[in-house]
Design a protein around this ligand. Structure first.
Ligand SMILES: Cc1cc2nc3c(=O)[nH]c(=O)nc-3n(C[C@H](O)[C@H](O)[C@H](O)COP(=O)(O)O)c2cc1C
Length: 425
C-alpha cells in the first residue's frame, strides 16, 4: 500500500475523481482553481481517465501521487500512480468531486457498483459529493443516463453540476459540455459551507449544575448534579453560532471556555434566580438544566452549629421556582425546563409543561443507572404541547445537539406584553 491518508489529517483533501471523458483535460484547471481557494487536492483516476490525462500530470499539479488502483500491485513500478487504503482515504476527504463524470461512472455510482478505487471511495465516504457530468448529447439524453441522474440527484449530500449546451468534441451540438471549472469550484464551496443554523446570532440563557443552600458557614444542602448536561448544551449552542449566558452552580466539572459563552457562576438558588430573571428579557430562549434546590434553610446559622445529643429541627423554605418565574415573564422567548424524576418522567414532564408556561420539558429518569446526574450519558424524553419524543441513551453532547434541534423546530411563541413577577429584575 502506498501513502495511507489519516482521518485526523490536519488539511483534509478534496478528492477529485477524473473519469474517461474527453473533457478530462479541464480537470487540470479545476485542480488549480481549488488550490487557489486554499484546498488540498488528491486526484483519483479511473482507467479511462488515465487514458486521457497522465497520472504524472496530476502528480505534478498536486504534489501527491495520483491514485489509480484499488488493489496494490506487486510489479508496479509507477512513481506517480498508486493504490491506497480506500476506507481511510474516503474518511479523510472533505468532499468528493467527479469531473468529468462519464455516463459509465454515473451508472456505476447510481447502482452502487464498486469495482475500482473511485466507485469504492464513493460508497465509503460521508463527505459531500459533487458530480460534473460530461458526454455526447445522445448519451446525455439517453433514458438510462437520465434515470441514473435522477437516482443520484435524490441522494442527500450529493450535488450535480449540470453540463452546458454547445458545440461538443464529437462535432455535435447540444447538452453535454462539462461545466466551466469556476462553476464546479463554486458548487464545491457551496457544498462545503455549513448549513445556516437556526441559532446563529441568537442569545440563549442556560442554567447548569446544582445550587448550594447554606445551613451554617461550613455546611450546605446540595445535590449530585455535575452541570455536564447544561455545559454540553452551552457548547453545542455556541458551536451553532449562539451567544450563551451560562449561569452555573458550584461543580467540579470544567465549564466550557468559548468566547461566545459568558460564564456566570453563582452559589445559591436565589442567586441563580436573580441572574436568570435579570437576563431573561434580552434572550431568545432559556434552557433551565440546573438542578436547583427546592428548599433552603430559613435562617442559616451565623456560626457553626454545634454537635448535640438533641434532635436538630430545621425550618426549610421553598426557593424561587425559576422556571415558573420565567414562564410568567415570557414575552417572545422559547422556554425549556428539565424534569428530573425517579420513575417514568413523561407524566411529570407534561404536567410541568402546562403549569410553568414552558414550550418544552426535557424529562429524565435520574434513577436509571449510567444516565442523568453525575454521568457522561443521558436518556431523555422531550415533551412539547404537540409532541413527545424519546431520545435513547447517548452522550450528553449528542443529546444536547438533539435538544437544540428540537427547540429550533418549536413554533415561536406569539409575543405578549411582559407580566411583572415576584422577583425584581
Ligand atoms: C475518445 C473518447 C472520448 C470519450 N468521451 C467520453 C465522454 O466525454 N463522456 C462519456 O461519458 N464517455 C466518454 N467516452 C467513453 C468512456 O471512456 C467509456 O465509457 C469508459 O468506459 C468510461 O470509463 P470510466 O467512467 O471508468 O472512466 C469516451 C471514449 C473515447 C474513446
Amino acid at each position: 500500500m502506498a501513502d495511507a491518508a489519516s482521518p485526523s489529517d490536519r488539511n483534509p483533501p478534496i478528492l477529485l475523481g477524473v473519469t474517461g471523458g474527453v473533457a478530462a483535460y479541464k480537470a487540470c484547471e479545476l485542480v488549480r482553481q481549488l488550490q487557489q481557494r486554499g484546498h488540498r487536492v488528491r486526484v483519483i483516476l479511473t482507467r479511462g481517465g488515465a487514458r486521457f490525462v497522465s497520472p504524472l500530470t496530476f502528480a505534478a499539479l498536486t504534489g501527491e501521487p495520483a491514485l489509480t488502483r484499488l488493489f496494490a500491485s506487486a510489479q508496479s513500478g509507477e512513481a506517480f500512480a498508486s493504490s491506497i487504503d480506500h476506507i481511510a482515504l474516503a474518511q479523510s476527504a472533505k468532499a468528493l468531486v467527479v469531473a468529468p463524470a462519464t455516463a459509465h461512472c454515473l451508472a456505476k455510482l447510481a447502482h452502487g457498483l464498486a469495482d475500482d478505487l473511485l466507485s469504492t471511495v464513493y460508497l465509503a465516504t460521508s463527505a459531500p459529493v459533487i458530480l460534473a457530468p460530461s458526454m455526447n448529447v445522445n448519451m446525455w439524453r439517453h433514458p438510462a443516463t437520465q434515470a441514473n441522474l435522477q437516482a443520484l440527484a435524490r441522494r442527500p449530500g450529493l450535488a450535480i453540476v449540470a453540463p452546458e449546451a454547445g458545440y461538443l468534441a464529437c462535432g455535435m451540438v447540444g447538452e453535454g459540455r462539462l461545466a466551466e471549472p469556476a462553476e464546479i469550484a463554486a458548487a464545491i464551496e457551496t457544498a462545503l459551507r455549513p448549513p445556516a443554523s437556526a441559532w446563529a446570532g441568537r442569545t440563549i440563557l442556560i442554567t447548569a449544575g446544582p445550587t448550594r443552600e447554606p445551613l451554617d458557614p461550613v455546611r450546605y444542602f446540595s445535590n449530585r448534579s455535575s452541570g455536564r448536561m447544561g455545559f454540553a448544551l452551552a457548547r453545542a449552542a455556541a458551536q451553532q453560532g449562539a451567544r450563551v449566558q451560562l449561569i452555573f452552580g458550584p461543580t467540579t466539572a470544567e465549564p466550557p471556555a468559548d468566547p461566545a459563552i459568558e460564564l456566570v457562576p453563582v452559589t445559591t438558588a436565589e442567586e441563580m434566580a436573580a441572574q436568570a430573571v435579570a437576563r431573561f428579557a434580552a434572550c431568545d430562549a432559556a434552557i433551565l438544566a440546573a438542578a436547583v434546590a427546592d428548599y433552603r434553610p430559613a435562617q442559616p446559622a451565623t456560626g457553626k452549629i454545634k454537635k448535640s445529643s438533641q434532635p436538630l429541627h430545621l425550618e426549610l423554605l421553598p426557593t424561587t421556582d425559576i422556571l415558573a418565574e420565567l414562564g410568567r415573564r415570557k414575552t417572545h422567548q422559547l422556554l425549556v425546563g428539565f424534569a428530573a424524576e425517579t420513575g417514568n418522567p413523561r407524566a411529570a414532564a407534561r404536567a410541568k409543561l402546562a403549569a410553568k408556561n414552558a414550550d418544552l420539558i426535557v424529562g429524565n429518569d435520574v434513577a436509571q443507572p449510567g444516565v442523568g446526574f453525575d454521568s457522561a450519558d443521558n436518556a431523555v424524553v422531550l415533551v412539547s404541547a404537540a409532541d413527545e419524543t424519546a431520545l435513547p441513551r447517548a452522550s450528553k453532547d449528542h443529546i444536547a445537539g438533539q435538544i437544540l434541534a428540537a427547540i429550533a423546530a418549536l413554533p415561536r411563541p406569539v409575543p405578549v406584553p411582559a407580566k411583572s413577577g415576584g422577583l425584581r429584575a
